[in-house]
Ligand binder design. Structure first.
Ligand code: TYD
Length: 216
């Protein structure tokens, strides 16, 4: 991979795992190397997808509706934001992507994983189904934190949204969902022990990118 190739990195973990500051840190590190960075998030990243995000995070709905809405948001996000950014050669840093759907709707809410796989194949076939190309992150940084510790961190932090208000058992299932995704695609994942000091976590995040040769 040359420095002008676009790079797609996603960040995952249960609510409270502490992704945000490290995503910003990586953006700074890439910019210091002269790379253009697109910082974005899911659900969201486009005007339409941000509207869908508000519904998904606040309105009660069944798990299939939730899955369809996050994948609709993802399709628009890929078309309008991620694919053009990668074509320009940007580093795309995305706070959550499809692994979150397998973890939250699949693991947490118990929705059919095979149906999620079918949606994934449709939505991420960004160059047309005939080519057989499915867009996936080049690297997924998974902030792995025990559900009990995440719950302590979240307690009283702010008014919880629909997912943050879920009980600790829900987040155990979400974590299992992430683990299953990592087991299916180990080369794509960097698992970071997020139950550590912020500095230690940052060094692990940086190293995960350095090992790929994307930062010095
Ligand atoms: P999050 O990324 O944690 O943002 P914030 O830090 O602003 O709360 O919130 C997004 C929530 O959406 C999170 O609880 C996980 C959930 N989510 C899904 O359930 N499915 C998905 O496919 C995605 C991308 C997110």
């Amino acid at each position: 991979m040359t420095t002008t190739d676009g790079l797609f990195i996603s960040f995952e973990g249960i609510d409270g795992a502490g992704k945000s500051t490290h995503i910003d840190g990586l953006a700074q590190a890439f910019r210091a190397q002269g790379r253009a960075v697109t910082l974005t998030r899911e659900p969201g990243g486009t005007a339409l997808a941000e509207k869908l995000r508000i519904m998904v995070l606040n309105d009660p709905m069944d798990a299939m509706t939730e899955a369809l809405l996050v994948f609709a948001a993802r399709r628009d996000h890929l078309q309008q934001c991620i694919e053009p950014a990668l074509a320009r050669g940007d580093v795309v840093l995305c706070d959550r992507f499809t692994d979150a759907t397998f973890a939250y709707q699949g693991g947490g809410r118990g929705f059919d994983l095979q149906l999620l796989s079918i949606m994934e194949q449709w939505v991420q076939a960004v160059r047309g189904p005939e080519v057989g190309f499915i867009r996936q992150p080049d690297l997924t940084v998974w902030f792995d934190l025990p559900a009990e510790i995440a719950a302590q961190r979240l307690a009283g932090a702010r008014t919880p949204d629909k997912f943050e208000a879920q009980p600790v058992e829900f987040f155990r299932r979400v974590s299992d969902g992430y683990l299953n995704r990592m087991t299916a695609s180990p080369a794509r994942f960097a698992r970071i022990a997020a139950d550590n000091t912020r500095d230690a976590v940052w060094l692990d995040v940086l190293q995960a990118v350095q090992i790929k040769g994307w930062l010095p």
